[in-house]
Design a protein around this ligand. Sequence first.
Ligand code: KG4
Ligand code: ZN
Length: 346
Amino acid sequence: MATILAIETSCDETAVAIVKKRQVLSSIVSSQIDLHSIYGGVVPELASRQHLEAINICLDQAMTEAAIEWQDIDAVAATCTPGLVGALLVGVSAAKTLAMIHHKPFLGVHHLEGHIYASYLSQPDLKPPFICLLVSGGHTSMIEVKDSFQYQMLGTTRDDAAGEAFDKVARLLNLGYPGGPIIDKLAKSGNPKAFKLPEGRISLPEGGYHPYDSSFSGLKTAVLRLVQKLETQGDIPVVDIAASFQATVAKALTKKTIQCALDSGINTITVGGGVAANSELRRQLLDAAKNYDIQVYFPPLKYCTDNAAMIGCAASEHFDQGHYSSLDLEVRSRMSITEVDQLYNN
Ligand code: KG4
Ligand code: ZN
């Protein structure tokens, strides 16, 4: 059973974890949210510098909490794509250095594959095929996991990602960054039916709508127009707007994901990425799935947003299959998850 030290620095969390197969021995996450929140979003240069400050401390903490020695670690892994290049470089350079010093194999991991593997941490018996709805700050993807490391992209976003929509709507309501958790909390005391907002369906040239692609920029603009209109009439009912927006996103994602599972004849759905933490999405999707005998698995909240345990979980499966990456592997700001095999044994 492989034990992996994994590093995640693709965006604004410096994270290190030690994972033994699907069991997390330690998971340290140092968030940079306070640093970036004054700018209303992630500043790439600041992110890289902060990763440099935090990485050694996180590494020490992860080793101490797992009470493990280097001799018990089989491989070192790090997120190498997609993400902010400067930020990715910090984690990958640290991982390669540790691999070299301690004579261990190095594995680069695709960040989205990590989000998919987060579901295995609480469901160790989960097996493909399943549909993964991946909803984060940068991605909204409907992925069919056909087998280990075999992915088919069935749907994507045409514009804003789901998390990005939460962040932008929070900004226009002056709620702060990141928007998802703030809107989620506020919405609990709001009326989700107060305002009717567009779900953002994608029309097809031949008529009808794309079944699995999403679009959230129309919804964001509709919220902006609503706020502008209400501003002229007095106080803005922020909690009701937050609740209506969140319910609309959850409804759109729920419909598409259930439809995708039914069309593919697959009765297991997993959800990954920061927006998987959303309470309304959890409620609506679990509720809808009951009507179709579909199982839905959400990772625990701490493994929805960026963490290194999910990266270690994905890496341990690659390691078990004999996969390793070259020490020349470069970081990439973008790469499709359908190309993960390019990261290994080349
Ligand atoms: O997966 P993640 O940590 O980073 C990326 O890979 O992008 O996702 C971050 C995104 C942010 O846009 C944040 O607002 C959103 O996830 N998010 C949420 C919630 N918690 C985090 N969105 C809705 N509801 C939440 N509870
Ligand atoms: Zn992520």
